[in-house]
Design a protein. Structure first.
Length: 288
């Protein structure tokens, strides 16, 4: 299986025109993967990416993703799938145990490390999440989804660096990135920037329903904006049946959008309607 995994990596890049670069890549990747020094290779290749531009840079980043996410044994791949099943069912503690077993066999596997950091974060263990996601980021600082989750974690810990990572993640054009960045902006006292960001997002993507809800929450903080908040919530409700879509991006191994079920989403909307009905009632939005 180890030989097959390496073959797949090299076959993936076999059509690349700059052969000398490919030979260097194959030689380094083979050596570091077999020696279980994946992290050393990723950090070394990361320095190379920093000096490249255009197509070469994009190719080098893709190489980092392939090497970072390749399993060397079928046993590790199976353990990861079991952990991922727990993760997607929100059984984060069991998922973490599986991920730890994989990392014991394949240290610094980028996908597994990132998923474990996400699980720590979703479980509320923010310090462990920061440590794990920062390790992922240091292995590959070019994966925007890792920056998104690291930014979210830093926001939960009240760390202003969250704004840098979350702003960088906006290139994903994902609802999750817009909402998390807006929430961080609001928490750190930049409410007008948060409102503008969410209004721009919902104008461009009318079915970003979580963005609409986040916008309504912020609008509810001001008595002068309660009417706008109620209008936003009514708009969200009218779009719910059409616009509530699922959460995974199969082309991004680091992506995960833990949004609520449709039923939970409906209950939250109903709660917001009741909360915003009276002029003196506001939903409290926790500030850091």
């Amino acid at each position: 299986m180890k030989k097959n995994a390496l073959f797949l990596i090299f076959y993936f890049f076999s059509g690349v025109s700059f052969a000398s670069s490919l030979e260097a890549f194959e030689s380094q990747a083979r050596h570091f993967l077999i020696q279980k020094k994946r992290g050393e290779w990723l950090k070394s290749w990361s320095k190379r990416v920093a000096l490249e531009k255009g197509r070469r840079r994009a190719l080098s980043i893709e190489r980092m993703r392939v090497v970072g996410c390749t399993f060397l044994t079928q046993v590790s791949a199976q353990l990861y799938q079991e952990g991922l099943a727990f993760f997607l069912n929100q059984n984060y503690r069991s998922a973490i145990e599986k991920f730890k077993k994989v990392l014991a066999e394949e240290p610094e596997h980028l996908e597994v490390l990132t998923r474990m950091g996400q699980a720590f974060l979703l479980e509320g263990r923010f310090s462990l999440a920061r440590e794990t996601l920062m390790a992922s980021y240091q292995l590959n600082p070019y994966e925007v989804s890792i920056q998104l989750w690291l930014g979210r974690c830093l926001h939960k810990l009240g760390d202003l660096r969250a704004l840098v990572f979350l702003e960088a993640s906006l290139v994903l054009q994902s609802e999750q990135a817009f909402v998390w960045y807006a929430e961080a902006l609001f928490s750190f006292g930049k409410s007008q920037q948060a409102l503008l960001l969410l209004m721009q997002d919902t104008k461009r993507y009318p079915f970003h329903l979580l963005s609409l809800m986040a916008l309504a929450k912020i609008q509810m903080q001001s008595p002068a904006s309660l009417w706008h908040a109620r209008k936003t919530l009514q708009l969200t409700w009218s779009r719910l049946e059409e616009g509530f879509v699922a959460v995974l991006n199969p082309r991004d191994p680091f992506a995960y959008d833990p949004r609520p079920s449709r039923e939970v989403f409906q209950r939250r909307l109903q709660l917001f309607f009741r909360s915003g009905a009276a002029s003196d009632c506001r939903i409290q939005y926790k500030k850091v």
